[in-house]
Design a protein around this ligand. Sequence first.
Ligand SMILES: [Ca+2]
Length: 127
Amino acid sequence: MKPASWSARIAAAAGVAGVVMVAIAGPAPAGTTGEKGANRGPGDICLWSGKDYTGSSWCWNPGNGYVDVPPALHDNVGSFKADADGCFINWIHVPDRKETRVVRKGDYRKVYKNDFGGKIDAVAPRC
Ligand SMILES: [Ca+2]
């Protein structure tokens, strides 16, 4: 009796953990390249390593919450398009000092590396 309920509990716990992991891994295709790989959807903020939306790309959605940008885009955002409100973050000292830029739906920059794009570490729903 007891062993059966134990394994049932473990199985239930493992099932819950699996669902959570899928939910986290699902909507954030990190480290992809090219326009197609960006998998851009409505409500996303998409970043590219090159100017004019070229090079490595990655899209973020407010539902993802706080996310560190992939290595290819760390301090290396050449352009972006925002179809959602969000916040670009440059960490000066984790976790208490950061520099931020508010991003509004409809914002875009074809050349951003010479500005905050050269500093971006993370994206979050709000600053
Ligand atoms: Ca930085």
